[in-house]
Design a protein around this ligand. Sequence first.
Ligand SMILES: Nc1ncnc2c1ncn2[C@@H]1O[C@H](COP(=O)(O)OP(=O)(O)O)[C@@H](O)[C@H]1O
Ligand SMILES: Cc1ncc(COP(=O)(O)O)c(N)n1
Length: 291
Amino acid sequence: MRPPLVLTIAGSESDGAAGVQADLKTFTALGSYGASAVTMVTSVSPRGVRSVHPLPREVVRSQIDAVAEDLLLDATKIGSLGSAAVVEEVAAAVRAHRDRFGVIVLDPVMVSADGTALISAEGAAAVGTSLLPLADVLSLNMAEAAQLLGRPLATSIDEMRDQALALQATGPDTVLITGGRLPGEDVVDLLVHPGGTDLLRAERITGRRVRGAGTTLSAAITAQVARIAEFDRVGELDEIGEAGTADDLVTIVASAREFVASATENAQDWRLTRGGDGYGPVNHLITLDKD
Ligand SMILES: Nc1ncnc2c1ncn2[C@@H]1O[C@H](COP(=O)(O)OP(=O)(O)O)[C@@H](O)[C@H]1O
Ligand SMILES: Cc1ncc(COP(=O)(O)O)c(N)n1
């Protein structure tokens, strides 16, 4: 007997809204056991980012090796990395034992919600050349897609689709571009996968701006992928019906989006700070709420 087992390779974010902290809460809330390899340490409050410290590459490698050599991973999320050296080290670690990481979900974090760069320009370029080819699923926002491709921000769904296809051609089978920044009554995410293209629409939540939605979404996708792997292991795929078929990823992304939407709604009236709240977190623990 073993639970769905998930690794996050990502940065620490001190106020708990995004980064490794949000990943581990999300994995837990969705029933997975979470392990972590910390890539950088950021000092952040709801008012913004104070400092960003990428860790030495060997410190990152040592954590990844310790986890991947001994734990039976079902899925791995790769998030914020900070520097080109860390990007290259993560890519080398994945290449060294590719079969040990399960499904790889890449969320190539570039800029925080307050506009602070979370990776160097060389690091961003290295994500494109070294990590995209290793990812199974790429989950990213419109700004990250534009930066990776060296194109302007998409201004329409057609442009989002073009960008998703261009990214898919670099390696990952499945590409999800989130459309939080595309104006409109609905928020539209675009999913390109081996079976075609799906537009995922949801009502736009108009209250307080949130931080960590993209992080939480990619963590939720990773946790759900791991649950499917676990069902497969114990021979119970039939009991979960649709989610065990080739439509897996469409179903998984739709349920991950619902999780982020209810986590966002639920935290709208949270007040966590001494002063006026800036960007607030989502409530990652929404599934544990018994009321
Ligand atoms: N105002 C909103 N209302 C409802 N869902 C949203 C809203 N903004 C973003 N989302 C959803 O949150 C997820 C992350 O989107 P996005 O904001 O584009 O990413 P990031 O947090 O990386 O900038 C997506 O599934 C998107 O549809
Ligand atoms: C360490 C770290 N990792 C990721 C994010 C992205 O946050 P978002 O989910 O708001 O894009 C962040 N701000 N800090």
